[in-house]
Design a protein around this ligand. Sequence first.
Ligand SMILES: [Zn+2]
Length: 145
Amino acid sequence: MPVEFRHAASASETPLPATAGQALWRGFRGKCPACGEGALFGRYLKVNDTCPHCHEEMHHHRADDFPAYLVIIVVGHILVPLVLAAETHYAPPVLLSMLAWPAIALVSTLGLLQPVKGAVVAVQWFGGMHGFEDAKKARAPTPTR
Ligand SMILES: [Zn+2]
């Protein structure tokens, strides 16, 4: 029996993500995980209550501090080996190290925070976590005639 994925509250023609990876990628790009078109964020880290394109409710998310923890882990695991390698091989002046590494850490952290939060919200949406249970039930596969 063929199944069709339908979007309950949307007039969007964009198909729903079939996998958590697709939803995650949409969220990482700052797009609504449901339609992939609307902006997920109204401001830097403020998730829109609803998608401006398909009107999917996004206010149920509970990302909390998890994106920040993930960014700390990722940036730390990339930056610490770079610092150690640079200090070992090139021994740059102390003043340069004191200015450059914190700046690189700040830019990379602030640059990754919104995409990682978008990915976390998208995974919560895809998995029906927290208040997203009803949205997940509504988009469950329905048999077609
Ligand atoms: Zn949307």
